[in-house]
Design a protein around this ligand. Structure first.
Ligand code: SF4
Length: 375
């Protein structure tokens, strides 16, 4: 079964200063890209069965002409969709209005993800975002009017010139809007972006800010269900959970990644090549790797521990035929001794402190692993 479908729209109004995502600002290729993407969606029919989640991301999906977006949505919703489908579209503030949002809602999109990042206009400007906080608020209320009852807001922290007080103000403003879901990621400095020479925030400040986010959102009734994600009851992102639970998903569009029947593959990142392939899967899918059992075991841990409820030890045994402790036992025990990991009810999960130091936990567990001879 195809659990999830991801559709990539690689166009933006302008490029943000921190962004190394696969996205372009020119308009000239949008129509050709849309046609090639729809051809890929049609040619993937053999792999698309019952779909539980769809996610249209980018780039900025709402930066392309609305009729193109609805054509793309029309192609994807022609496949069998599970009851309770979660259908998310990313929508950047400054690129939507009532008509756009109502059209998306009517086309079947039932979850919106707004890239806000910060509520401070000076910091938004530093980031190279195209919108102000007031524009975001207006778009947010319009989305409610258009019928969206499941909205995510992206928050970015540890920005240049950002203080803890800035962040507290961000969180208070976002909470006052009552979005169902909030994602919070620290700024990462990427090569080949205008920010590449920026000094990253001190680790201690990043941790302090992460603590503020966790505490304030907990007080406001959000469940911290994954390292960087918070949701009201019943609103955890099904699409992202499927990634972390290693369910099948198909990515379509430029550079999109897939995980399907134990194999990971990705599409070309060359826009001209993608357009020329015109949906011919053999031409546009570049890398295809079968995940070896040892890598799959590590993925099971690395992805599963990101989620607060952690991993079921019985599920590991069922999938790999060996107990998790026989492979990662030394690291698990050490991390339990350090109170970074906890075992309860047949599950292993990160403690509050373990969440702060998750990279260390993963390193310790994987460094001390012992592959069984029978693998
Ligand atoms: S809107 Fe998103 S994808 Fe587009 S440039 Fe900004 S960060 Fe990158």
């Amino acid at each position: 079964m195809t659990s999830g479908i991801y559709i990539h729209i690689p166009f933006c109004v302008s490029k943000c200063n921190y962004c190394n995502f696969l996205s372009f600002t020119g308009k000239e290729n949008i129509e050709l890209y849309k046609n090639a993407l729809i051809a890929e969606i049609k040619n993937s029919s053999k792999q698309i069965t019952l779909t539980e989640t769809i996610y249209i991301g980018g780039g900025t999906p709402t930066s392309i002409p609305l009729n193109y977006l609805t054509e793309i949505i029309g192609a994807i919703v022609s496949y069998p969709l599970a009851e309770g489908l979660e259908f998310t579209a990313e929508a950047n503030p400054g690129t939507v209005n009532y008509e756009v949002l109502r059209t998306l809602r009517n086309a079947g999109v039932n979850r919106l993800s707004f890239g806000l990042q910060t509520t401070h206009n000076s910091l938004l400007k530093n980031l190279g975002r195209i919108h102000t906080y007031a524009e975001f608020e207006q778009n947010y209320f319009t989305a409610r009017q258009a019928g969206f009852t499941n909205i995510n807001v992206d928050l970015m922290y540890a920005l240049a010139n950002e203080t803890a007080d800035h962040l507290k103000r961000d969180i208070a403003r976002i909470i006052s809007l009552c979005p169902e879901h909030i994602s919070a990621y620290p700024l990462t400095i990427e090569e080949n972006t205008p920010f590449e020479n920026l000094k990253p925030a001190d680790d201690s400040l990043v941790l302090q800010m992460f603590d503020i986010i966790k505490n304030e959102l907990k007080k406001a009734g959000y469940n911290h269900y994954e390292i960087s994600n918070f949701a009201k009851d019943g609103f955890a992102s099904k699409h992202n959970l499927a990634y972390w639970q290693r369910k099948n998903y198909l990515g379509m569009g430029l550079g999109a990644h897939s995980f399907f029947n134990g194999r990971r593959f990705s599409n070309t990142e060359d826009l001209n090549e993608y357009i020329a392939a015109f949906g011919e899967l053999k031409k546009l899918r570049h890398t295809s790797v079968f995940i070896e059992k040892t890598d799959a075991m590590e993925e099971f841990f690395f992805l599963g521990l990101r989620v607060r409820e952690g991993i079921a030890l019985a599920a590991f045994l069922k999938e790999f035929g060996v107990p998790a402790y026989s492979v990662f036992g030394a690291g698990i025990k050490k991390m339990i001794d350090y109170k970074l990991l906890q075992e309860s009810g047949g599950r292993l999960f990160l403690t509050d402190n373990g969440i702060n130091l998750s990279n260390r936990v993963f390193t310790e567990i994987f460094t001390a692993r012992e592959w069984p001879r029978s693998l």
